[in-house]
Design a protein around this ligand. Structure first.
Ligand SMILES: Cc1cc2nc3c(=O)[nH]c(=O)nc-3n(C[C@H](O)[C@H](O)[C@H](O)COP(=O)(O)OP(=O)(O)OC[C@H]3O[C@@H](n4cnc5c(N)ncnc54)[C@H](O)[C@@H]3O)c2cc1C
Length: 433
């Protein structure tokens, strides 16, 4: 049986960041990946997708964006190439085409089984991704079989969908981007809107991502939120990264003719019923938006940036609208439902006692209750940006430190990072990709 000190499962940004940190501290390891490095960005993204985070916000351990457009937004393929180049830069020991089928305890160590081999190791780091499987509400199962159902992982482009109207459920980053693309392709779209967080792409002449970093948003830790479970479950920001930097928000979609509904309540398989909450949901999003912008303004004044910035303008709210309450899919010729309703995870292969009552991996800063089992890339694992490309480096460094300390027989004591002090209590608990 091949043996190594640590096995990393998954070669996305998190697994590669982990591998780089382990390389730097001289820990013998392998990365087992069921596809290729950055596989999700090659095979589970729609054709027109670009990152909603700017290129400069792809800082990985020992690797930053050095291309000509630090303020641009990479396509999925460009990011996959970027991550593949990262793997090559330190000769990451990635074993491709190795789907992990079981992680089991064996004495004081662990055994990791793929289809054709079994590895033994002291430690395992699970880096299989927070956005593992698209979440489809239970009522998707009972939907009329003649209605096509599409998820963010199966959607590619407008031409792929059958002729007819489209209902998109979910108005975070994915839902609004697909609505925009379909409406511009001449499709009639109904968008069911639930709780969401809205920000403009640029504010006072600067990218919103830059502002969010400046005001300490991403450094917020899970220990600072009142309801960690809710914070982990928040949808992504309603934000897109386009070369023209235009906002793709509800007012912009309304202008394209997209009709809005409240959140989807139930269905008999054909008739969809929506809550009467569109006005309240959008008003709440606008209130949170105004709070963030006010926080940015206070910060700009405090660091004497005001004179160099464009004047403050708050994005317009949605126009008064008659929200759709009921939609008979067959009668209204809706032929496709797009579920942009978030993501879920399952770990049937993780045969060590690390799952909590929700089926999530119980962890604190990536350290699970089971000796030698770690996780990386969870939503709000420690910082708010733990599952973003730019944020995983903090957790990867921490987990590597823990692995080294355990090998030496000394365990580290977590300390807050200095930038946590910048956190402002008015900050939203919501967000992110
Ligand atoms: C549509 C979309 C857009 C996003 N846009 C952004 C953005 O603009 N900016 C940003 O910062 N974040 C974005 N994110 C969030 C996040 O950065 C990505 O989800 C990112 O891919 C997470 O990286 P990861 O390494 O944690 O997981 P993944 O990229 O999901 O990598 C996990 C890897 O594990 C492999 N794997 C899974 N199971 C097994 C197994 N059993 N055995 C072996 N290998 C396995 C997979 O093949 C995959 O390669 C986006 C997410 C989605 C879904």
């Amino acid at each position: 049986m091949p043996t190594t000190h640590t096995i990393v499962i998954g070669a996305g940004q998190a697994g590669l960041a982990m591998s780089r940190c382990l390389t730097d501290v001289g820990i013998d390891h392998v990365v087992l990946e069921r596809g290729r490095p950055a596989e999700r960005w090659r095979s589970q993204r729609w054709d027109s997708l670009r990152l909603l985070t700017p290129n400069w916000a792809t800082r990985l351990p020992g690797w930053t964006y050095r291309g000509p457009q630090p303020d641009g937004y990479m396509t999925a393929t460009e990011l996959a190439d970027h991550l593949a180049a990262y793997a090559r830069s330190f000769d990451a020991p990635v074993h491709e085409g190795k789907a992990v089928r079981a992680v089991e305890r064996a004495g004081t160590g662990l055994v990791v089984r793929t289809d054709d081999e079994a590895w033994s190791a002291e430690n395992v780091v699970v880096a299989t991704g927070w956005c593992d499987e698209p979440r489809v509400p239970a009522l998707g199962v009972t939907l009329d079989a003649r209605i096509a159902q599409v998820t963010p992982y199966s959607y590619r482009n407008p031409e792929q969908l059958p002729e007819g109207r489209v209902l998109i459920v979910g108005a975070s980053a994915t839902g609004v981007q697909i609505a925009d693309e379909l409406a511009r392709a001449g499709r009639e779209v109904v968008l069911a809107v639930g709780r969401h967080s809205r920000v403009p792409r640029s504010y006072r002449g600067m990218d919103i991502w830059w502002w969010l970093e400046q005001i300490g948003t991403f450094a917020r830790t899970i220990d600072q939120v009142a309801d960690p479970v809710r914070a982990q479950g928040e949808g992504s920001l309603q934000l897109t990264g386009r070369p023209d930097r235009r906002d793709v928000d509800l007012p912009a979609l309304q202008a394209l003719g997209v009709r809005l509904a409240g959140h989807l309540v139930d269905s008999d398989g054909r008739r969809m019923r929506f809550a009467d909450d569109l006005a309240a949901t959008t008003a709440a999003a606008d209130t949170r938006l105004e709070r963030i912008l006010a926080q940015i303004d206070r910060h700009a004044a405090a660091v004497a940036l005001d004179a160099e910035l464009l004047p403050a303008t708050v994005p317009a709210p949605i126009a008064p609208t008659e929200a759709i309450r009921r939609l008979d899919l067959r009668r209204q010729q809706v032929t496709t439902v797009v579920w942009a309703t978030g993501f879920t995870r399952s770990y049937p292969w993780l045969r060590v006692p690390v799952l909590d009552a929700r089926g999530e991996i119980a962890q604190r800063r990536g350290v699970t209750p089971e000796r030698g089992v770690y996780v990386l890339g969870q939503r709000f694992q420690h910082r708010l940006d733990s599952n973003f490309i730019d944020g995983v480096r903090h957790d990867a460094a921490y987990v590597a430190g823990h692995i080294v300390a355990r090998r030496r027989g000394v365990l580290p004591v977590p300390r807050p990072t200095p930038d946590q002090r910048m956190f402002d209590d008015h900050h939203p608990t919501s967000n992110l990709p």
